[in-house]
Design a protein around this ligand. Structure first.
Ligand code: NOJ
Length: 840
């Protein structure tokens, strides 16, 4: 076992840097035990400073380099060929020759899907690094465990982020994240690239399923809870991403530029990240451009806002190859050596700490360029030292210096766990969109289940229920189906219905082939769907005798730009299938659509044929039991849409809290199919006696929360959960106000015939606007006036006496940077003085 000479110990000051770091690594994988996370002590800070002083420039820049492993089959063995780029021969040489500080396995898949092999592999590589690399600093592993640790066979795949948003259940979402964090830590990882806090506005975007919500407060609260959950064990860092504005790319094209305004950015786009930053240790940057400036080259975003205004001192990581993307994607600099050098320089100067070298960037390209920039005096070494300090502090905070290895026998007990959390989350996330008395189904008849399903013996409907970042980047096992490949722990809709109905279930699966990324531009259905003649005949035969029919509809798993699409109606074969079943079943036979999708997939054209529609999203491992229990009324649906379900892509974007005039204020005009917050239940709910803890607030800056109370009565015949939401529905101020904005929400369980008095905290910062004329520079404030607060048809008035700021009392960052040098200081006063003098 190592001597007690870790970063956290107070009495070790004099040992040489090499001895000090090597000694931390003397603990072997076999002796790894209980990991305690040292707090950031003065001693640690001193030691980190000393370590930086003794490092060479190359070693320092190495610490700022993250390399993707696995692109060409590289594993964790130091002797494995490093085949992605030709700068070093082996994986081990990345550390001995290039001194890289971090590795990642992108795409939710590592070199193995086996948990114990994974730990053993990482431990082995870590031991090699600590013992052979100068200066012996352990590497930090990062990856995408985004809805559960879905890098391992048998994992619990929690519902995707869009589903999480539908639950409004912050505590449960945090419990899921806590399990994920434990699993990542037990696997040997110390960095999880979530939560994603990009505001959703465009359903065409291929990453819509990742976004939680289009409402900034709901999104931010979800993200904060998830970051807290990931980091709870003290051994894993969470990442707020993709800073900032990544969720609203132009025309829904991934990594396109974002059209926003200073007012929109400050009121709606930035707040979710800011909430997440209250918990997360790291940030990943938006691959796109914001108002014509690549986010990776924006000192305003990465330093002025993030560091200075938000006081964030954690590690800022690029996204995948994003310095290159400044040349290729954005055509911001020429795609030449000079253009690359300029991009690296601008990125580091803007405030990036670590560069993620994916498939396009050889680590040496980044390292050599950066070293050269410093040696030629174009970039200060002080700037590099600052980033190295942040990286080493991060490693210290997650306990890597103290305990670089993890026990190899813990992961087995964690993989596939938290099933209770996952099942409940899946149930809570289902949104009943329409129901003309069809649901719940009677439990004594024959049921036809059809829709995209099993093909050639490969149970591939599971792919639709999990979505991207599940045992592979796109959720389809590196793009290819295998009959016996790794699977999440799971129940399927077919399995759960078969358990319940036995031979009263007739299952007629129809064709589904996932659109792997090479082929995805061939269609915009996110999959290839078909119904063969035999399947059609079988459907017709079963429909004739069915007492109920369930048609699974939707889209296949997809990810990033390869998931972008330009239409949202169901694929043709699915539309025809619904019409086929509708034509063959009598009016008394309930026809139910269940949608597996990571977006609002489906239009009125199909919904009009269905008696009930259940939006299941991508509910993950426990999809089968959650859906079957809901269809048969063992669970009463309670989810609410976290987004606006637009009627037609031609109307995009129509987020619910946009400025008036919105094309429709309710679904009746047809441009919106289902509004934000829509979700039916099997019982009826009534509200009464809405009151506020205070009808007026003198100063929102000192009293940023008001409590609403409302009585919720379950007037129907089934117990159930209900989400109570309080919206501000009317206000007149100095700038446009949305028709509705969410101020607070609470989930409550009420027995049939019962009632509950529910307490909901209203976050007054949701009322903040940027007043003033077009530029949108002024401090963000809650304006004085009368705010209508509504729960359903109940409403009351909150009077705000004084205009005041809760979150952003200063003008937009940079407003007083008159001489444009990134600082607001006395030099600006002088610059302003000179300017005014000239004007006289
Ligand atoms: C690219 C994605 O944009 C990002 O979200 C992810 O974390 C990285 N790849 C690493 O896989």
């Amino acid at each position: 076992m190592a001597e007690d000479n870790t970063l956290g110990s107070a009495d070790e000051v004099d040992e040489s840097r090499r001895t000090f770091v090597k000694a931390t690594g003397a603990a072997t994988a076999a002796t790894a035990a209980g990991v305690g996370v040292p707090s950031a002590t003065a001693t640690a800070t001193r030691k980190i400073r000393k370590l930086i002083d003794e490092m060479t420039l190359e070693q320092k820049v190495g610490q700022l380099t993250q390399v993707a492993l696995g692109e060409s089959g590289e594993g964790f063995d130091p002797n494995d060929e490093f085949a992605t780029h030709d700068d070093v021969e082996t994986v081990g040489e990345l550390f001995t020759d290039l001194h890289v500080g971090s590795i990642l396995n992108g795409g939710a898949s590592g070199p193995t899907f086996d948990g114990e092999e994974f730990v053993a592999g990482l431990n082995g590589l870590q031991q090699f690094v600590v013992e052979n690399n100068e200066p012996g600093v352990p590497f930090i592993w990062g990856g995408d465990a985004l809805h559960g640790n879905c890098l391992l066979d048998g994992c619990t795949s929690f519902p995707q982020r869009l589903n999480m948003g539908a639950t409004r259940d912050i505590d449960l979402v945090e419990r899921a994240a806590t399990h994920t964090g434990e699993s990542v830590a037990a696997m040997g990882g110390h960095w999880n690239f979530g939560p994603t806090l990009d505001v959703l506005r465009d359903m065409r975007w291929g990453r819509y399923f990742e976004g939680h919500s289009e409402d900034p407060m709901l999104l931010g609260e979800m993200g904060k809870a998830r970051a807290r959950g990931f980091e709870r064990n003290g051994r894993v860092a969470a990442t707020v991403k993709h800073f900032a504005g990544y969720g609203t790319p132009n025309t829904g094209k991934d990594r396109a530029h974002v059209r926003t305004s200073m007012r929109d950015l400050r009121t709606r786009q930035l707040p979710p990240y800011r909430r997440g930053l209250e918990e997360a240790k790291t940030v990943m940057v938006n691959s796109g451009a914001v108002n014509g400036k690549p986010a990776h080259g924006s000192p305003w975003l990465l330093t002025t806002v993030l560091r200075k205004r938000y006081d964030f001192d954690g590690v800022v990581l690029t996204d995948w190859d994003d310095f290159k993307r400044m040349l290729t994607n954005h055509e911001y600099r020429p795609d030449t050596d000079g253009g690359w050098r300029q991009a690296v320089k601008e990125g580091l100067q803007a405030g990036i700490d670590m560069h993620m070298c994916g498939g396009e960037t050889a680590p040496t390209e980044f390292i050599d360029t950066t070293v050269d920039l410093v040696e030629s005096g174009e970039l200060s070494e002080k700037r590099i030292d600052e980033s190295v300090r942040r990286v080493l502090e991060l490693k210290h905070e997650v306990g890597l210096f103290e305990q670089p290895y993890v026990p190899e026998d813990e992961i087995g007990d964690i993989v596939g766990g938290a099933a209770d959390v996952s099942e409940r989350l899946a149930k809570e996330s289902l949104v009943l969109l329409q129901n003309e008395g069809a649901l719940p189904l009677e439990d004594d008849g024959n049921v036809l289940l059809t829709g995209p399903g099993i093909e050639d013996g490969t149970p591939n409907r599971f792919l639709m229920q999990h979505g991207g970042w599940t045992l592979g980047w796109q959720g389809v096992e590196d793009g290819f189906l295998t009959a016996d490949g790794p699977r999440p722990r799971q129940t399927t809709i077919e399995g759960a219905l078969a358990d319940r109905l036995g031979d009263r279930l007739t299952h007629v699966p129809t064709e589904f082939e996932p659109a792997v990324y090479e082929s995805i531009y061939e269609n915009f259905d996110n999959g290839f769907f078909d119904v063969t003649d035999e399947q059609e005949a079988a459907v017709l035969e079963a429909a004739g005798t069915a007492d109920a029919a369930v048609v699974v509809l939707g889209e296949g798993p997809h990810n990033e730009g390869f998931g972008d699409r330009d239409r949202m109606r169901f694929p043709e074969s699915q539309r025809e299938l619904v019409e086929l079943v509708d034509g063959e079943t009598g009016d008394e036979v309930p026809l139910v659509g269940v949608i597996f999708a990571g977006s609002p997939r489906g239009t009125a054209e199909t919904f009009q044929h269905l008696d009930a529609v259940l939006f299941a999203g991508q509910p993950g491992s426990d999809a089968g039991v959650a859906i079957a229990d809901t269809l048969f009324g063992d669970y009463n649906p309670s989810g609410k849409l976290p987004f606006t379900w637009e009627g037609n892509v031609g109307h995009v974007p129509q987020f619910y809290d946009d400025y008036p005039p919105r094309q429709s204020v309710d679904a009746s005009a047809g441009t919106v199919q289902f509004e934000f917050g829509h979700g039916l239940s099997y019982t009826d709910w009534e509200y009464s006696e809405l009151s506020l803890s205070a009808d007026s607030v003198k100063d929102p800056a000192t009293n940023p929360t008001v409590t609403a109370r409302v009585t919720v009565e379950n007037t129907g015949r089934m117990a159930g959960d209900h989400i109570v939401e309080v919206y501000n529905t009317e206000f007149y101020g100095s700038v446009l106000q949305p028709h509705r904005r969410l101020m607070g929400f609470e989930r409550v369980h009420v027995d049939a015939g019962g009632s509950e008095r529910v307490t909901i905290d209203l976050d007054l910062s949701t009322l903040e606007v940027v007043p003033g004329d077009v530029p949108g520079w002024r401090p963000k404030v809650v304006e004085a006036g009368e705010y209508e607060c509504s729960v359903g048809a109940e409403s009351t008035t909150l009077t705000v006496a004084k205009t005041a700021s809760i979150t952003d009392p200063e003008p937009a960052p940079g407003r007083y940077d008159i001489n444009d040098d990134g600082r607001e200081d006395f030099a600006d006063v002088m610059a302003l003085h000179r300017r005014l003098k000239r004007r006289r």
